[in-house]
Design a protein around this ligand. Structure first.
Ligand code: UFG
Length: 339
């Protein structure tokens, strides 16, 4: 019995593979390396002392995916494989729909054909858009996201719900808030690809001198200091939630429709300036910044009510913002040491 982890060499995927291996699961990774590198696999092995099975291919290749299901007794899947660059998704919508949705459907065809249940989907708080009430719980009405990336997440959820209902399967939709940080060993983390879109990778590169200064997108929001507020969750805490969600599904009787939905965040909002200050304090570095116009499509504020995950998964975020930001910096130093 093994768990298929698609995108298992990516940022959240690799941290989740480590937690799965540490919890005694056998893991089969499919990752096309479009947003990762082979040394991540080697480092996962170093961290855990275990060797997951690895297949480097694109999940749109149905025949290769079929061979994986033929070769292994797959008992569940955690699906991370997806394109995730918000800006790019607007320029290449069809590529995003094709990649993010066809790969999902191909896995579900195998699940359907083989009576496999237990599917965990990487979703995002982007499905709530700008919610009217904070904190955001799972009953908050969904709004179709502005970005194509966000739409693929919302459509992915809908596809899975229909799948679970029609074929009596168990699924869990995990809506992440803003994942940050790297593994405490600094051997895995988010690999830099071009100019970072997200805040913490940009702050990290500014601290390292790769970027001259951080652009803060807007300081005229109705928030504590005018900068936008988000819920920054440590990636290892997030990875642990996947194991908890998977165990919960696996413990439930088979041939049952289960549709779990969890918001995964810390429950605490932090402004952009608060993140910058926390990074400076945690790592004793200075982050030069300038205030710029608001970024198009940004919301003002989002933070989670994660009580449901605590109640049902016995999970909660444990790591402070500063501690998470320390691991970010250690990871940057590790990347520098490789160059
Ligand atoms: N920010 C800056 N400067 C930067 C980068 C970000 O000021 O260089 C600000 C943003 O304007 C925002 C905050 O930092 O206010 C957080 O931005 P991120 O890009 O890190 O995160 P977002 O909340 O905008 O993005 C998240 C997820 C996406 C998802 C999106 C939907 O990372 O996957 O929410 O809104 F699509």
């Amino acid at each position: 019995m093994a768990i298929l982890v698609t995108g298992g060499l990516g940022y959240i995927g690799s941290h989740t593979v480590v937690e799965l291996l540490n919890n005694g699961f056998d893991v089969v990774i499919v990752d096309d390396l479009s947003n990762s590198e082979r040394f991540i696999l080697k480092n996962i092995e170093e961290i855990t002392g275990k060797k997951p099975v690895f297949y480097p291919f694109d999940l749109k290749r149905k025949e290769l995916l079929n061979q994986v299901f033929e070769a292994h007794q797959i008992d569940g899947c955690i699906n991370f494989a997806a394109y995730k660059a918000v800006g790019e998704s607007q320029e290449k919508p069809i590529d995003y729909y094709e990649n993010n949705l066809f790969s999902l459907i191909n896995i579900l065809q195998e699940f359907k054909a083989r009576d496999i249940s237990n599917f965990i989907f990487s979703s995002s708080c982007t499905v709530y858009g700008q919610a009217d009430v904070m904190p955001i719980d799972e009953n908050t009405p969904l709004k179709m996201p502005e970005s194509v990336y966000g739409k693929t997440k919302q459509m992915g959820e809908e596809i899975l719900i229909d799948f679970a209902k029609a074929y009596q399967r168990k699924i869990s939709l995990l809506r992440y808030f803003n994942p940050i940080g790297a593994h405490p060993t600094a051997k895995i983390g988010e690999l830099p690809v071009g100019v970072p879109y997200n805040l913490v990778p940009y702050v990290m590169q500014t601290a390292a001198g790769v970027r001259e200064k951080l652009n803060i997108w807007g300081n005229d929001y109705p928030t504590v200091d005018g900068t936008a507020v988000r819920d920054y969750i440590y990636v290892v805490d997030l990875a642990k939630a996947h194991v908890a969600a998977l165990k919960r599904l696996m413990e439930m009787e088979p041939e049952k429709t289960v549709i779990d939905t969890y918001n995964l965040g810390t429950g605490k909002g932090s402004s952009v300036l608060e993140v910058v200050k926390a990074f400076e304090r945690a790592n004793n570095v200075e982050i030069p910044y300038q205030i710029c116009e608001r970024r198009e499509g940004d919301i003002t504020i989002a933070y989670a009510n994660a009580d449901k995950a605590e109640r049902e998964l016995n999970w909660k975020s444990e790591t402070s913002l500063e501690d998470a930001l320390k691991t970010t910096w250690e990871w940057q130093k590790y990347l520098d040491s490789r160059n």
